[in-house]
Design a protein around this ligand. Structure first.
Ligand code: GLY
Length: 604
């Protein structure tokens, strides 16, 4: 279908373009641009899949995570009298075992913690940081071109993504253990027990894991520590094979016994440093020992009378989500913006808002300790109004004409997400990652720890795209000790009375932002149930490349045709995040796990 439209649109000459504009204007005038989707559910549901595998209702506590074993680990903590942080930490360590393609103790993350007793929300940053030896041009050759990674005489492409040089200092263990000490109630050993058991006894490889192992085979096979775990008879593990991670179980036991010292000092740290030396990686014993979690001021905004709290820099997630919501709501325009879900007008406005906010992401955002981020400006209503005024309601703005605004004037399925609420109303929203699938591909031999490739989230060279196609600027250039810019967007939404309503987030590189955003919009603007909001078809626009991505077969052919006539470069894209969300309702908690992936909500 889409190919047919591409042919139609590319055939327009100037007269055609004029006629198309008149047609679009006519449709707006007659409101015939508001045709919605035929069905909002994506992906079309397997009739054999039970509803209980993706929606759960509960009264006392809920955990939603991207693998049933991880949700079960968290739920067991809640049932044992643990608090939200006990459950979140147990779930995170379990995810580190069952989703090595997405997260792991060789990675990092962000976490929002809402404490019911004083209604406070705190943001924690335990994301990976550049090692002290990192330098601005470390991934470029003398001519300024990206380098490959040479290992055992073999050239592996893209040294920022693959191999030892791509590894930044991991923060996940420091964050989880310190947060457990601060807010947990159960002993650390109890919280780590489910992850240790799964690593020790193994779990069956599921189709998505098998598929990604095959996709990354050409990189993973070069590293002996990785090969030993994820390959059998020289082939990547297949669906149904048991994935046993004895070394990882040993490492997790060190953490259970010694806390952060079990990872950042002693035997595990020594093995990580030895691995780094083996491949000329930069992470040293001192980098590990000196890694510290940081508390950040959460970012707060509003939409349709709700308060949105999300992650501040060094994540771009919260700022971009708030900037887009502000553009859509700016200048009292919200009634106009309440267009039918899936209509041409709704998709156009959303796309144009995404385009502008992602341009600002590329230009202004970076680690606030190293670069001045005009944060208040970026999320101010006045700035949003100025951007909104630049949107032509009838025509796409080419990304080449969007250069980033002037916010200073207004100054004010890699990755995984988990959401938890306990019986006291405490909540955790946390997104964690090793960056690209299986991170750098390098397991530190003897530890079972798959190390991240978070260095690729820096702008290696101004204007050059990273593995997610994102471009950056000096604000996100590499520097020793600096944190690479992230898109991770753990988010909380509070209603008009200040009561917690939604806990949510998603994996998906830049699509983390747009998947989280659209779930919020679907609930608050389109009044969808949480299950519909999570499963509705999604779109994505990230400024560059100049593409309007949409999940296949979502929008009606007419809407696609109209969007193309307006100048949008429409392409199909499969893989738009994996939202794990909880809604607090009058009748209890509703947990929804995105059927785009393998998660499950569990509550009691
Ligand atoms: N590594 C993906 C992100 O942090 O955005």
């Amino acid at each position: 279908m889409l190919k047919v439209y591409a042919r139609e649109v590319s055939g327009f000459r100037s007269l055609g373009k004029i006629l198309a504009s008149i047609f679009v204007a006519f449709c707006f005038a007659t409101q015939s641009l508001t045709a919605a989707t035929a069905s909002i559910f994506h992906p079309p549901l397997d009739p054999a899949r039970p509803r209980s595998s993706y929606i759960a209702q509960a009264k006392r506590g809920m955990v939603v995570a991207a693998h049933p074993l991880a949700s079960a680990a968290g739920e067991a903590m809640l049932k044992a009298g643990g608090l939200a942080v006990d459950a979140a930490v147990a779930t995170s360590f379990a995810l580190a075992v069952v989703r090595p393609q997405s997260t792991g103790i060789g990675g990092g993350g962000f976490l929002l913690y809402h404490q019911a007793s004083d209604k406070s929300t705190r943001a924690y940053d335990f994301r990976e940081r550049a090692p002290a030896l990192a330098t601005r041009d470390m991934f470029l050759d003398t001519k300024g071109n990206p380098t490959s990674f040479r290992y055992n005489g073999i050239d592996i492409p893209d040294s920022a993504v693959n191999g030892h040089l791509a590894v930044a200092v991991p923060g996940l263990v420091r964050g989880l253990v310190e947060l457990h000490t601060k807010y947990g109630k159960l002993p650390l050993a109890q919280v780590l027990a489910p992850a240790i058991k799964i690593a020790e006894s193994g779990f069956p490889v599921y189709p998505a894991l098998a598929k990604l192992l095959l996709q990354r085979e050409s990189v993973l096979k070069h590293f002996p520590g990785t090969f030993k775990i994820f390959f059998r008879r020289s082939k990547p593990l297949q669906t149904g094979d048991l994935l046993v991670q004895k070394d990882l179980a040993w490492t997790l036991r060190q953490i259970a016994a010694k806390g952060t010292a079990g990872f950042y000092d002693g035997a595990v740290a020594n093995l990580i440093v030895t691995e780094m030396k083996r491949g000329k990686g930069l992470v040293t014993a001192n980098d590990l020992a000196s890694y510290a979690m940081r508390e950040r001021e959460p970012l707060t905004g509003a939409h349709r009378g709700h308060r949105i709290i999300s992650m501040p820099p060094p994540s771009s997630g919260g700022a971009v989500i708030l900037e887009i919501l502000n553009i859509l709501e700016a200048s009292g325009a919200n009634q106009e913006q309440k267009l039918t879900y899936g209509s041409t007008g709704a998709v156009h406005w959303l796309t144009e808002a995404m385009r502008r906010a992602f341009a600002d992401r590329s230009i202004f955002l970076g680690d606030p300790e190293f670069t001045k981020v005009p944060l208040k400006g970026l999320i101010s209503a006045e700035y949003a109004a100025s951007l909104r005024a630049s949107i032509n309601p009838l025509k796409a703005t080419p990304s080449s004409e969007v250069k980033g605004g002037d916010p200073e004037k207004f100054e004010h399925p890699s990755t995984t997400h988990l959401s938890v609420i306990d019986s006291q109303g405490n909540a955790v929203s946390s997104t964690q990652t090793v960056n690209y699938y299986f991170g750098s591909g390098v397991v530190a031999e003897g530890t079972g720890v798959l190390l991240n490739d978070e260095m690729d989230d820096f702008a290696k060279k101004s204007g050059t795209a990273n593995v997610f196609g994102l471009v950056g600027s000096d604000a996100n250039a590499i520097k020793a000790g600096k944190t690479p810019l992230s898109s991770m967007s753990p988010t909380l939404v509070f209603d008009h009375n200040g009561k917690l309503r939604l806990v949510l987030g998603s994996p998906g590189g830049p699509r983390i932002i747009t998947a989280t955003l659209q779930t919020i919009i679907n609930v608050l603007d389109h009044q969808m149930s949480l299950a519909d909001a999570v499963h509705a078809y999604r779109i994505h626009q990230q400024w560059l490349p100049d593409k309007l991505e949409m999940e296949p077969d979502g929008l009606t052919p007419n809407v696609v045709k109209e969007l193309k006539a307006m100048g949008h470069n429409v392409v199909e894209h499969v893989g738009m995040g994996d939202v794990e969300a909880i809604e607090v309702t009058e009748s209890g908690l509703i947990g929804v796990s995105d059927t785009r992936s393998d998660g499950k909500p569990m509550g009691f």
